[in-house]
Design a protein around this ligand. Structure first.
Ligand SMILES: Cc1cc2nc3c(=O)[nH]c(=O)nc-3n(C[C@H](O)[C@H](O)[C@H](O)COP(=O)(O)OP(=O)(O)OC[C@H]3O[C@@H](n4cnc5c(N)ncnc54)[C@H](O)[C@@H]3O)c2cc1C
Length: 437
């Protein structure tokens, strides 16, 4: 085992073992430790936030979500604010502007405003271009209006995740890096522990927060979790003078400006994403075939020949031996994010001066309906699964931690999670989202 933060050895047992030191697992470990239970956080990489959580744009956006996610996002924002009092992770509450740049965007935004009001978010408003420029004076390019939400925020994602790991450690959690979880141990319908590359840990509760790799570990207790991993890309520019404090979202671009001046830009709504085709896709194929066809102009397919060879050698598509000990760096789509930067400059002309400094890609754990899986009752008693955050889960992390801790320690979620049951994928009428991502 690599040296764990806090210098601990893998213990023989803990009340709760959490798999994955992304924001979900880190926040879970912190919340479990805060309840006074013993907890071990296990991560295959040599530090936290190496996968989705370290690659996110860092927009802590309440807006533009399915209404079922609102209570989680609002609570998550409260917990982000609370955490920012303890640690510096570039947390800024600058609000979110969701731009309409095409006629077809306006009815979508009107619908989202109505949904927000119905959920008690009274401050959300649809602004015309002049009202928008009162919020963001540099938005002098052509657009039709924007949805404004003042409570949304942003932070630097790897620092935000590290802050929750630090919280977990300060409250007595153990953290083991370089340790891969290989099997959830089940005895008589109950979780009995976790088998890892560094030995077995006895536990009556296991939380799997493994991002895109969750289906592999879930399959060790017979669960089928339909996740399609896709690579989403980002570009960060060199520092510019301050132009905007809001997080920005629109069809074709999404952005935020960090406090130091660098601007992080993504493809925004319906971004172009890449998927590596392999035998893994046979899991949940009935969901993915039609979606891939509907969104073919936003999906780049690439043959994963090496992955297929490994699957054949393992004679499995979900064996945990197929989870890489260290995930390879996903190749970013530079063309797509350069295009997004140009679209941003169309609305905010000052962005035309921006020079790209760094590109990266990250794995998104997509579900068939674009909603997460948050379930403490889908497998053996004591197992909680949180995955499928579908490209917008970093925001929710602290609330997911509170939910997972509630389920693992008391068997009760403090927030409504009925809509996120895994079993919905076995029921008729699975919702089809309007966008790919
Ligand atoms: C490019 C990009 C931009 C994004 N932008 C935003 C944004 O602006 N706002 C937003 O809200 N969301 C955003 N997201 C989505 C967000 O990053 C994710 O939803 C969120 O970070 C998922 O967190 P997680 O902790 O559940 O998973 P992850 O961060 O992926 O963490 C899972 C961890 O589990 C570990 N793991 C997996 N299997 C095992 C195993 N068997 N044993 C040990 N460890 C294991 C992995 O190594 C990993 O560290 C973005 C995603 C991408 C890729």
């Amino acid at each position: 085992m690599s040296p764990a933060v806090g210098g601990r050895e893998l213990p023989s047992g803990a009340d709760v073992v959490v798999v994955g030191a992304g924001i979900t697992g880190a926040a879970t470990a912190a919340a479990v430790a805060a309840r006074g239970a013993s907890v071990l956080l296990v991560e295959k990489e040599d530090g936290p936030a190496h996968e989705g959580s370290g690659r996110a744009q860092g927009s802590l956006r309440v807006q533009g979500r399915h209404a079922a996610e609102f209570p989680l996002a609002v609570e998550a924002l409260r917990l982000w604010r609370e955490a920012a009092e303890e640690a510096d992770f570039e947390f800024v509450v600058g609000g979110n502007l969701y731009f309409a740049t095409r006629d077809s965007d306006l009815p979508v935004l009107r619908g989202l405003v109505d949904e927000a009001h119905a959920s008690g978010l009274a401050d959300v408003a649809l602004l015309d271009p002049d009202q928008t420029r009162e919020v963001l004076p540099a938005a002098t390019g052509p657009f039709l209006g924007a949805m404004w939400s003042p409570i949304d925020a942003q932070c630097q994602p790897e620092k935000g995740t590290e802050a929750f790991v630090r919280r977990a450690l300060d409250r007595g959690a153990g953290v083991a890096y370089g340790v891969k979880a290989t099997r959830v141990i089940e005895r008589a319908g109950r979780v009995a522990g976790l088998e890892t590359s560094a030995g077995t840990v006895a536990a009556s509760a296991v939380v799997v927060a493994g991002g895109a790799w969750t289906p592999y570990l879930a399959s060790t207790v017979g669960l089928a979790v339909p996740i399609m991993p896709v690579v989403m890309s980002e570009v960060e520019t060199k520092a510019l003078p301050p132009v905007f404090r809001q997080t920005i979202r629109a069809f074709g671009f999404g952005a935020r400006q960090r406090p130091g001046g660098r601007v992080v830009v993504s493809g925004g709504l319906n971004a172009v994403v890449r998927h590596e085709v392999s035998l893994y896709d046979l899991n949940g194929l009935r969901f993915w075939l039609s979606r891939a066809a509907d969104f073919r102009s936003h999906l780049r397919l690439q043959l994963g020949a090496r992955r297929i060879l490994r699957q054949i050698a393992t004679m499995s598509t979900l064996d945990t031996r197929l989870v890489p000990d260290r995930s390879p760096e996903p190749r970013p789509d530079r063309v797509a994010v350069d295009r997004a930067l140009a679209r941003l400059a169309g609305v905010i002309p000052a962005m035309a001066a921006a020079t790209p400094a760094r590109y990266w890609g990250g794995l998104v754990d997509m579900t068939p309906d674009g909603l997460p899986v948050i379930d403490g009752a889908c497998g053996p008693e004591g197992l909680t699964i949180i995955t499928g955050l579908s490209g917008h889960g970093f925001t929710l992390g602290p609330a997911l931690g509170a939910i997972a801790a509630g389920l693992a320690v008391d068997g009760v979620s403090p927030l409504p999670i009925e809509g996120f049951r895994l079993a919905r994928f076995s029921e008729p009428g699975v919702r089809r989202p309007e966008m790919l991502i």
